[in-house]
Design a binder for this molecule. Structure first.
Ligand code: COA
Ligand code: ZN
Length: 327
């Protein structure tokens, strides 16, 4: 089915909201735990089925998210929402399980250099750590409640899958080999991440098609950053190639502090607006998203990249000026 085929109803596009994690991890201003919880609790009522609510990484690496435990323990959980936690190692997995994360998102870069910058280890060491995490989760030997741990799902992200700010182009075969290694380890979901917005639509379509030869579309997520303005073009290319799940961040927040030049994720309200205008179902309440996005500058102390929060929807019409009415 083509995105431009007017005769067929569109498949739904699933948006995973990542502003509480990817969005806040790079913010220089400390966001109070209560404000993080309020943000997640509001997002939970907008129609998202998945929210990446934080990470359990070294507090020295990402001080902005050092309150992961408090956030996960105090959010008002909607039973229809999967609350995801990013983890880099077994220690992070143990913390996430103890805090009742529903899904662990393990992250490694396709680029050795970026993995060393971000995770302070080689890709081989990251993969070995992932093996430990999978065994730990499957054994249900969480430190607190084995029954909880058993229902936890595992996703793994390939960061810098479309290019690395240190190494440049990344071989597609290498990305596919990492996907295969993840699947062999027993990980259920895969994310292909364009950490610094280097992907282009043709490249995206190729890599999505190859990845979907290995797993179903409901197990593949695309994670785009809009660093070079190609974010939504890449979404359409990925959708056309069969992808149905996408990460996005409210306001267009986001970025990896260990990737030079990183900037925001694709913006959730811009993505939902695109889908609404094209008739692609998302189940997300755009008006409420926009209203929440407009509160972010006051919380974070700066403007955000979101275009729809500034411009409003097509349907948000302006009053006709008096001089026009007088004509
Ligand atoms: N949560 C909390 N603390 C952790 C931790 C985790 N998941 N993993 C390690 N630590 C602590 C160790 O206990 C140790 O503490 P100490 O200094 O008080 O003894 C310290 O961090 C160093 O541990 P070590 O295993 O040597 O880690 P490192 O310094 O080699 O860093 C990572 C490795 C993976 C922990 C770190 O690079 C990291 O957290 N990276 C994540 C970056 C990130 O989130 N990027 C954006 C998302 S893609
Ligand atoms: Zn990201």
């Amino acid at each position: 089915m083509s995105v431009f085929d007017q005769t067929q109803p569109y498949d739904a596009l699933l948006v995973q909201e990542v502003s509480p994690r990817d969005g806040l991890q790079i913010e220089p201003t400390w966001v109070e735990t209560a404000d993080k919880i309020a943000l997640i609790d509001q997002l939970s009522t907008f129609g998202f089925s998945r929210i990446e609510a934080g990470s359990f990484v070294s507090p020295k690496a990402i001080p902005a998210l050092r309150d992961g435990e408090a956030v996960f323990q105090q959010i008002a959980r909607d039973p229809g929402v999967i609350y995801v936690a990013l983890v880099p190692n077994l220690k992070g997995a143990e913390r996430a399980l103890a805090s009742r994360a529903d899904e662990l998102n393990l992250v490694m870069s396709a680029s050795q250099t970026h993995n060393r910058a971000n995770m302070r280890m080689s890709c081989e060491a990251s993969l070995a750590a992932f093996g430990d995490i999978v065994r730990h989760v499957h054994a249900g030997d969480s430190t607190h409640d084995g029954a909880v741990a058993k229902s936890v799902t595992l996703n793994a992200s390939v960061a810098t899958a479309f290019g690395c700010p240190f190494e440049g182009a990344i071989e597609e075969d290498r990305v596919i080999a990492i996907v295969d290694a993840y699947l062999e380890t027993g990980i259920q979901g895969i994310t292909l991440a364009d950490t610094t917005g280097m992907a282009n639509p043709r490249q995206v379509a190729r890599l999505v098609r190859r990845t979907l030869e290995r797993l179903p579309s409901n197990a593949l997520t695309l994670h785009f950053h809009n660093t070079r303005g190609l974010g939504l073009a890449n979404v359409l290319a990925a959708y056309e190639a069969g992808a149905r799940r996408f990460d996005a961040a409210l306001g267009g927040l986001g970025g990896c502090p260990f990737a030079p030049g990183a900037s925001g994720n694709i913006c959730t309200e811009d993505l939902v607006n695109l889908c609404d205008e094209m008739g692609i179902p998302t189940g997300i309440d755009l008006a409420r998203l926009i209203a929440l996005s407009r509160t972010l500058p006051a919380l974070l102390g700066h403007e955000l990249p979101s275009q729809i929060a500034k411009a409003g929807r097509n349907a948000d019409l302006h009053p006709v000026p008096g001089y026009v009415r007088a004509l």
